[in-house]
Design a protein around this ligand. Structure first.
Ligand SMILES: [Zn+2]
Ligand SMILES: [Zn+2]
Length: 144
């Protein structure tokens, strides 16, 4: 849905929608930056460039390049060294917030945590169910 908001880059008021999250002026600047990055990275000899090399060559901010990657505008399958650091260990990644190793670790931690929570819930449920069961039995007993 469209909403009127201020541009996160320059503070101008603009209409935000799913295609545009900055104002017209900044959007244009972003498009130009994208063209620059894309032109550079598309060259065969630059395909394996790292983020720093791209930043140096294009003078486009890393943050903006990351934005293009996260939006899927720069296909990192084609540019294996272009990515952003894993939140946990700093390894270059292209999707999500964590590298595969850290994601797996987190999943295990979460699983262990969930199991504990589930177990507590189960105990609670069981004691609740026992009460219901007892009431139910009494009710049935009366009917029989
Ligand atoms: Zn702006
Ligand atoms: Zn990691």
């Amino acid at each position: 849905m469209d909403e009127i908001t201020s541009c996160p880059n320059c503070g101008d008021i603009f209409v935000k929608n799913k295609f545009r999250d900055v104002c017209q002026k900044c959007w244009k600047a972003e498009e130009e930056a994208y063209e620059k990055v894309y032109k550079f990275i598309r060259k065969r000899e630059n395909r394996a460039a790292t983020m720093q090399q791209v930043v140096d060559a294009t003078e486009v901010e890393e943050e903006l390049i990351l934005k293009f990657i996260k939006k899927g505008r720069l296909q990192t399958a084609q540019f294996p060294n272009l990515g952003y650091p894993c939140d946990k260990c700093g390894k270059v990644i292209q999707t999500g917030k964590l590298c595969a190793g850290c994601a797996e670790e987190l999943r295990k931690e979460l699983e262990a945590h969930t199991a504990q929570v589930e177990w507590k819930k189960e105990i609670e449920e069981r004691s609740k169910n026992n009460t219901y069961f007892a009431v139910d039995e009494k009710y049935r007993g009366r009917n029989d």
